[in-house]
Design a protein around this ligand. Structure first.
Ligand code: HEC
Ligand code: HEC
Length: 215
């Protein structure tokens, strides 16, 4: 009798555990986040923002605050071979008989940062690729690596972070809620205000990326 009760008890607990685990597994795992965040092209966005935007502009098109200082120098990052890009980034413009306004970065950046920024500049003229880097480095803990609302921290919030693959909001609304945060839009205060961390360009890029995740 006791054994049967115990067995039933274990069966019930077992089922509950399985249900619980399925629920947990539906959410991003630590590995999902790590895999996503460690992609060179996403990390490279951060390197580019810190060291390169000032001259080359956020779109790599030379529209930047400092560009006027460099007179006739062409600050557009074109479609070059990886070898050429790596060489000019490591050794600077002067080593290639180009403008010496392009500094050598070989001593400044780690090899990893160099690899990352090289990967990032391949997609620099594409808003969706820039926006994906913004999303993957700022939003996935809540909204999930797949933008489906299943981020690792999503359980902490009620209402939960929106499933952005099913959003019925237009680009204007998304731009506003990202810039001003949830509270300003009468939504959850846990949707942060990004207007101070991210530039208008980054917000417009992330909105372009969100258009591509809609299912
Ligand atoms: C102080 C301004 C300045 C900064 C900061 C700067 N660059 Fe440059 N960069 C230049 C200039 C000027 C050129 C153009 C050289 C020429 O063609 O004469 C250039 C050229 C380049 C080119 C070659 C573009 C092409 O299509 O020929 C690449 C690639 C590049 N830079 C990447 C970077 C990266 C990556 C960073 C950040 C780690 C960076 N630059 C930071 C000024 C800068
Ligand atoms: C700390 C968690 C958190 C982070 C980080 C976060 N969000 Fe949110 N976000 C939320 C929550 C919670 C909501 C839902 C608000 C509600 O329903 O009231 C939300 C809602 C949204 C919405 C509205 C979607 C709709 O269809 O209504 C957009 C767009 C959005 N977030 C974009 C972003 C972007 C882009 C980033 C990164 C730059 C980001 N969020 C980072 C928590 C977060």
């Amino acid at each position: 009798m006791f054994t049967r009760t115990l067995l039933t008890f274990m069966l019930v607990i077992g089922t509950q555990l399985t249900l619980f685990q399925n629920e947990v597994f539906a959410r991003d795992s630590r590995g999902d986040v790590k895999r996503s965040m460690s992609k060179p092209e996403f990390r490279g966005g951060i390197v580019f923002k810190h060291y390169c935007v000032l001259c080359h502009g956020e779109r790599g098109d030379g529209q930047a605050r400092a560009s006027r200082l460099h007179g006739i120098a062409n600050l557009v990052i074109g479609r070059n071979s990886d070898e050429y890009n790596e060489k000019i980034i490591r050794q600077g413009g002067a080593a290639l008989n180009k403008s010496d306004f392009m500094p050598p970065w070989g001593d400044e950046l780690t090899n990893e940062q160099l690899t990352d920024v090289l990967a990032y500049i391949k997609g620099i003229s594409n808003p969706v690729r820039r926006g994906e880097a913004v999303f993957k480095t700022n939003c996935i803990l809540c909204h999930g690596v797949n933008a489906d609302g299943k981020g690792r921290a999503s359980v902490l919030y009620d209402p939960p972070p929106a499933n952005l693959t099913k959003s019925d909001k237009n680009d204007e609304y998304k731009t506003l809620i990202i810039t001003l945060g949830g509270a300003a839009m009468g939504r959850s205060e846990f949707m942060p205000i990004w207007g101070e961390q991210l530039t208008e360009q980054e917000i417009s890029d992330v909105v372009a990326y969100l258009r591509t995740v809609l299912k």
